[in-house]
Design a protein around this ligand. Structure first.
Ligand code: 3HC
Length: 311
């Protein structure tokens, strides 16, 4: 049973009217957005780590400049999303603390390592490709500040995907050894990329309500299928082997069939047991602790200025 307020809210959602920060909203709508947007922001920030690791080792000056720009973009995406989340009544510091002590998550994908330069190409191609597949529909999400942040983010994200494809293409068309590295990166990052879309629909606890509220526009499996359908022809164009023997065109469905990821691995990774979970959180905690003197200095300066104004 809905109250009049809830009915009015749902009518707005159904009519595609954006919800703005000062509008009434159900508590669970607010909480779901804080979780999803916070998790999304943390993913952007933690996502800098596997790529930042390769800035000093990029093979050419041009690749280095591109990677540097991309990693800086991710920081910007995190900031847009933290700012958008703050309109829901949570502070960026609170969100950060929840990440640092493990109360909030970030995307499972960033718990996998980037072992070599081919992985950086594959991250751009597959990880940013999966990210943008999920983010394009989120431009139409019902919460105004989130949807507007997504519009900017998607513009940059499509550049990230293209630079990744370009980097991996260079390797796939390179020497035998380079092509082998590209294949190996594809094989290792394929399933972690498919997992980014979240658990299968039957295990997705939030999808039904989030879709009724248009926080989410598509189910996890819908977007995963779209990603497979988009990526298989790219793999073939690169003349690489398919990373899953189960991939076959299904003319009846009009989609590629594929083998599902190992879901127990996924749930294990989001519980904190992936190959890099400990390292990633340690790096974020260290950055937070190392920055304490900057925050203290800014606060001291603000207090001094405020006192001078009063005098
Ligand atoms: N990694 C970590 N946790 C995940 C996850 C993933 N890939 N997919 C799902 N989960 C978690 C959910 O948070 C939820 O946790 P909870 O039970 O503790 O609340 C649980 O698994 C169940 O999943 P649901 O399908 O019910 O969860 P959602 O409805 O939230 O759907 C989602 C998951 C599709 C990822 C959705 O949250 C979403 O669209 N989020 C916004 C996009 C986002 O976060 N993208 C980050 C990608 S990386 C990135 O953008 C950086 C880029 O620049 C490279």
């Amino acid at each position: 049973d809905m109250s009049d307020q809830e009915r009015e809210f749902q009518d707005k959602i159904d009519a595609d009217i954006k919800i703005e920060p000062r509008d009434w909203m159900p508590d669970d709508y607010r909480a779901t957005l804080i979780r999803q947007m916070g998790q999304h922001a943390h993913s952007e920030i933690v996502g800098q780590l596997p790529e930042g690791n390769w800035i000093t080792r990029a093979p050419t000056l041009e690749r280095k400049a591109i990677l540097l720009a991309k990693v800086q973009d991710e920081a910007g995406h995190g900031l847009y999303l933290y700012s958008a989340a703050e309109t829901l009544g949570v502070t960026r510091d609170e969100l950060t603390e929840m990440l640092l002590d493990g109360r909030m998550k970030y995307s499972s994908i960033f718990n996998y390592p980037t072992l070599n330069w081919a992985d950086i190409g594959a991250v751009g191609w597959l990880v940013d490709g999966a990210a943008i597949m999920n983010q394009v529909p989120l431009q139409r999400t019902s919460y105004g500040p989130y949807s507007r942040a997504m519009i900017r983010i998607c513009k940059e994200e499509s550049f990230h995907q293209r630079q990744g494809y370009d980097a991996i293409r260079k390797m796939a068309e390179g020497t035998v050894a380079q092509k082998k590295m590209a294949q190996d990166a594809l094989n290792r990052l394929w399933y972690p990329s498919l997992m980014m879309f979240g658990p299968s629909d039957k295990d997705s606890v939030h999808s039904a309500q989030s879709m009724a509220w248009k926080i989410k526009i598509n189910t996890n499996d819908e977007l995963r299928q779209k990603f497979v359908d988009q990526t298989v022809p790219q793999i073939e164009y690169l003349d690489l082997d398919l990373p899953d023997e189960g991939i076959t065109w299904n003319a009846q469905r009009g989609h590629y069939d594929y083998t599902d990821p190992n879901w127990s691995e996924f749930f294990d990774v989001i519980k904190g047991n992936g190959p890099c979970n400990v390292d990633r959180l340690a790096a974020r905690n260290k950055a937070w602790d190392d920055g304490a003197w900057v925050r203290d200095g800014l606060m001291a300066n603000a207090r001094k200025k405020a006192a001078a104004k009063m005098a």
